[in-house]
Design a binder for this molecule. Sequence first.
Ligand SMILES: Nc1nc2c(ncn2[C@@H]2O[C@H](COP(=O)(O)OP(=O)(O)OP(=O)(O)O)[C@@H](O)[C@H]2O)c(=O)[nH]1
Ligand SMILES: [Mg+2]
Length: 235
Amino acid sequence: MRFLIFIPTYNEAGNVRPLVNQIRALGLDADLLFIDDNSPDGTGRILDELAASDPRIRVVHREGKLGIGTAHQVGIARAYQDGYRTLITMDCDFTHPPEDIPRLIEASGGWDLVVASRHLAPGSLDGWQWHRIFLTKSAYFASRYLLGMPLDATGAFRLYRLDRIPQPLFAEVISPSYSFFVESLYVLWSHGVRIGQIPVRLPARAQGHSKMRPQDAWQSLKTVLRLAWGRLLRP
Ligand SMILES: Nc1nc2c(ncn2[C@@H]2O[C@H](COP(=O)(O)OP(=O)(O)OP(=O)(O)O)[C@@H](O)[C@H]2O)c(=O)[nH]1
Ligand SMILES: [Mg+2]
């Protein structure tokens, strides 16, 4: 089964090569798509070198930091356009271990979308800073009790069965940044897309720095409240 793995990058110069090597070591029939937002640390140049030596790697360069949500929108649109039936999305910083990709694929038979969940196995967030654990748990609580969606809604480690998800649903997702994740999951969920989960243990970021700022968490909370309000008003 040929599929696409999409990875957005911003200042991941130390991570891209080892990540590609680890994914390749799995021996999957996968093409890779990166979207780099003109990373000041030269990630885009390294990606171009990787793409030059591997025809299954493609790189989209955008002129500046346009947000992780819009990067995922472009990645998803490209995947549909290029006819992939399955799309996997993940971060570049090894918080999404490549060795879990086969488990996502195994789980995808019965679902339209499979989400890696940090809330199913004990110790999933070992080694994370307390404030990130607090944010992740709060987001899970909000997703569960405000949106009625008992899912790990804020993570990017996902498998989309594009052959089963109508593309126009993604046009309803408007968040440009981190709130893309909870919004996209809610939009798909509320349109009856069948969403499964696999338990994952996620290590903290290996190298480089987080791009998530306090205003991104605040924006995600505002998005949840907007969606919850819409849910209340729904007939
Ligand atoms: N193209 C693009 N990629 C981005 C942008 N912001 C973040 N990324 C990438 O999206 C992925 C997730 O970003 P992170 O900074 O790791 O966010 P996070 O996982 O919530 O934060 P940490 O847990 O601290 O790592 C990484 O691969 C980043 O390089 C952006 O504006 N544009
Ligand atoms: Mg990260």
